[in-house]
Design a protein. Structure first.
Length: 496
RNA sequence: GCCAAGGUGGCAGAGUCUGGCCGAACGCGUCCGCCUGCAGAGCGGAUCAUCGCCGGUUCAAAUCCGGCCCUUGGCUCCA
């Protein structure tokens, strides 16, 4: 059973075979650090992260590179806003640090390297020079454009035909281009005031002079174009040919199309073997986006829901489909996650109880356990079908609960294996943190001791028949975010 | 206008590549029962789908083919 993926390049599901046996070169099209990341960005990260984790689980050595675009007009437009910073690199630094914080908060596997445009300008210039030398690019007024007519395969990713592309760009730029679809590899000078104004907050003073960083180049002072960076950085840190290139569906054209054109024109090699595109997160009928302002930042979402709920939310839809964000959807994700985590804890508790026996074999339970692993693996290998894989885990949850409910003597081996399956598949592959809230690592916190104390008092009230008083105590604890559940073995609690 | 992705129960969302195990998964919701002092959780059961529309191929179609309608994304910065 091998992995197959849907490749945008061919439009088909293909068996995945990396160029080098056990190594996967994974490039994730990163973020322009001109604002805080929102849940749409996090969706891409979460899916790329699960792909990374699954590939590693299957024994591949994953070389994951993900860029930060820290040279951009939108960044320049925020100079002087709030306390973001007084120049382009300071503003970029401000948002980059937030993005890194968000990525940690989301429990993402670290990439091998997070290259920034500002530290790769020489690589970009080299690439542009190569393209000019090979006749795929031309200089015009100090700017350099890629000549789309020179690259025969232009449009192969997005199925666009050159004569059908509507190109709108600014007037001066259009006059510099030979073909309307030609795109900038290098732009002369600093950012023009009118280009800044387009993205600048209305309350801020307008910019009078050209601004933003510039670099020396064979064509004079200037700035790199947007599309080249990904080609230059991925080829610098990985290779001329990538195995997997992941990005948002909104970038298929022109960004990814242009990456292919400039990379393949420069090297003569295929740029990326498998193009995987993540569907967009929708809110109330539109895509969530910075420019539409209809977003929830990653930071706020993590505060509001917690990592595991956010990740479970993403795990309930296949990466290539669109997904709708809303209160209802998040509530459901919370229910799913809690069901899973409770089952995990039930399995751990049952394992540790004196009712767990080495010889108490429950064949039905063991069968369900085996089925979980098979179903999970088949689902993940089927184009990373995370929802189907999640279904397998939820069915294991049902099997655990049923076993504990129905039996007086627990099947120790099967419970132990269930705990391991949750930790390996749900923990390592899905990045979920089972048992995190009541994790008993031997240290007892003061909070835990106090909760136990209150519960002892409550039990005494219950024994005395003072249920009103007992319910008040339960309500008070729940108001503090501590969930109480009574059972035959006494009350249990979780910090929510 | 052109390109792409979709339209599956009250909601959400797999399955479509590789037609039959789909009399349609997993979950949320709602209802009933068990358990419980109550609640929650859990368990059991129930409710809920002519798979956008029309036509075709086939012994057999949610799945393949043709036409049409609608939604979203892209063609300008965008994950």
């Amino acid at each position: 059973m091998t992995l197959s993926v849907t490749n945008t390049l061919t439009g088909e599901r293909e068996e995945f075979e990396p160029r080098n046996d056990d190594e996967v070169l994974l490039y994730v099209c990163g973020l322009t650090v001109s604002d805080d990341a929102h849940l749409g960005h996090a969706r891409l990260w979460a899916h790329a992260d699960v792909m990374h984790r699954w590939l590693e689980h299957e024994g591949y050595d994953v070389r994951h590179v993900e860029n930060f675009t820290d040279v951009n007009e939108k960044i320049v437009a925020r100079i002087g806003e709030d306390d973001f910073g007084g120049d382009e690199s300071e503003v970029a630094e401000h948002f980059t640090s937030h993005v890194i914080r968000d990525m940690r908060g989301l429990n993402l596997k670290r990439a091998e390297v997070y290259p920034r445009v500002s530290e790769h300008v020489p690589d970009i210039i080299d690439l542009v020079e190569t393209l000019v030398e090979r006749g795929y690019a031309y200089e015009s007024n100090g700017s350099v454009y890629f000549d789309v007519t020179a690259f025969e395969d232009y449009g192969k990713l997005s199925n666009q035909r050159l004569d059908e592309i509507e190109t709108q760009g600014p007037e001066d730029e259009r006059s510099e281009k030979r073909h309307p679809a030609d795109f900038a590899l290098w732009k002369a000078g600093a950012v023009a005031p009118e280009d800044v104004a387009e993205h600048r907050h209305a309350d801020l003073p307008a910019v009078e002079d050209p601004c933003g960083q510039t670099w020396e180049s064979p064509w004079g002072e200037g700035r790199p174009g947007w599309h080249v960076e990904c080609s230059a950085m991925s080829m610098t840190h990985l290779d001329d040919t990538l195995d997997i290139h992941v990005g948002g569906r909104d970038l298929v054209f022109p960004h990814h199309e242009n990456e292919i054109a400039q990379s393949e024109a420069a090297t003569g090699q295929q740029f990326a073997r498998y193009w995987l595109h993540v569907g967009l997160l929708q809110t109330a009928g539109d895509k969530m986006s910075s420019s539409l302002g209809n977003f929830l930042t990653v930071d706020d979402a993590l505060d509001q829901y917690g990592v595991d709920v956010v990740r479970t939310f993403y795990l309930s839809t296949a990466y290539r489909s669109e997904q709708t964000f809303g209160e209802k959807e998040m509530r459901e994700a919370e229910e799913r996650w809690e069901r899973l985590d409770r089952a995990y804890e039930a399995a751990v508790d049952a394992c540790d109880s004196t009712d767990a026996y080495a010889k108490a074999e429950d064949e039905t339970f063991r069968g369900a356990l085996a089925e979980t692993r098979t179903q999970f693996r088949e689902a993940m290998n089927d184009d990373f079908n995370v929802r189907e894989a999640m279904a397998a885990l939820l069915e294991l949850a049902t099997a655990v609960n049923r076993h504990v409910d129905d039996h007086d003597a627990y099947d120790y081996w099967a419970l132990r294996e269930s705990v391991e399956a949750f930790e390996e598949l749900g923990g390592d592959v899905f990045g979920l943190s089972f048992g995190a809230v009541t994790d008993d690592d031997g240290t007892v916190t003061l909070a835990e001791e106090l909760v136990e104390l209150v519960l002892d008092v409550r039990e005494a009230e219950r024994d005395a028949g003072n249920y009103e008083r007992a319910d008040d105590l339960r309500d008070d604890l729940e108001a503090l975010g501590i969930e109480i559940q009574d059972s035959d073995d006494g009350p249990t609690y979780r910090f929510g």
